[in-house]
Design a protein around this ligand. Structure first.
Ligand SMILES: Nc1ncnc2c1ncn2[C@@H]1O[C@H](COP(=O)(O)OP(=O)(O)OP(=O)(O)O)[C@@H](O)[C@H]1O
Length: 229
């Protein structure tokens, strides 16, 4: 299992402000599996993703990713565990505002020891349709363009594990379709594992498995039928 999470809880705040966001989630994901996370707004999808990706520490339970327990790891150790292996595309894109699109995409490639990070970054950006925006800063890009830079940055190092929170949320239908093809093509090429948050049932149906969350718990967990999908 590339992800093995047992009885994961996440509670934030204290006293009357305490919110029990994850209330005992068990989930195991096999290498290469493509998993869609569905569920109503506020059901805990982003929180579960944050815990599985090591962006947020669980309050309780155990999260093991690629054989390594995340329990008690420092932020530096978590960053080290993610480097070159785990990519995350969040709803807020977290691009570095003082860097151009090209530099944003080149950073993780450089950290992963790529021989020519800028050439590779240019080619990733061209693949998401932004070959003409290499030297623009995030504030000079539309929301959908920023989202595509974030996707190019995530896919660049060819991660073994990709987490994506509504990766096509800001894109028009045609651009969204192009990005989905790119994403699934990249997964097919590398055999990477995908955890995808989406409200789009058609996109979810392209995954191998659909997990539905409700009130901080997994409400259903089913394999999709590749013939029907
Ligand atoms: N830092 C925080 N402090 C307190 N409560 C929080 C915090 N972050 C999230 N929550 C609450 O946790 C619950 C789950 O949030 P989460 O973002 O995981 O849901 P979601 O299913 O991803 O929703 P959406 O589809 O709207 O993105 C929500 O009720 C939210 O208000």
């Amino acid at each position: 299992m590339v992800i093995d999470a047992r009885n994961v809880t996440l509670s934030l705040g204290s006293g009357e402000a305490r919110v029990d966001i994850l209330r005992g989630v068990d989930v195991a994901v096999r290498k290469g599996e493509r998993v869609a996370l569905l569920g109503p707004s506020g059901s805990g999808k982003s929180s579960l993703m944050a815990v599985l990706a090591g962006l947020e520490s669980a309050s309780g339970g155990e999260v093991v990713v690629a054989g390594q327990s995340l329990r008690g790891l420092s932020e530096d150790a978590l960053a080290e565990a993610r480097r070159g292996r785990i990519s995350v595309v969040l709803q807020a894109f977290h691009l570095i505002p003082t860097m151009t699109a090209l530099e944003n995409v080149a950073v993780p490639l450089e950290l992963a020891g790529h021989a020519d990070p800028f050439a590779a970054a240019a080619s990733e950006l061209t693949a998401v349709g932004l070959g003409h925006r290499l030297h623009h800063y995030p504030t000079q890009l539309s929301g959908g363009e920023q989202q595509r830079v974030a996707i190019a940055r995530a896919l660049g190092p060819r991660p073994a594990l990709l987490f994506a929170d509504e990766p096509t949320g800001n894109l028009d239908a045609a651009t969204g379709d192009t990005i989905v093809e790119l994403l699934f093509g990249c997964l097919a090429e590398t055999g990477a594992t995908l955890i995808l948050i989406t409200h789009d049932r058609d996109l979810a149906a392209r995954c191998d498995r659909i997990i539905t969350m409700r009130d901080g718990l997994i409400a259903s967990d089913t394999l999709t039928d590749p013939v029907a999908a």
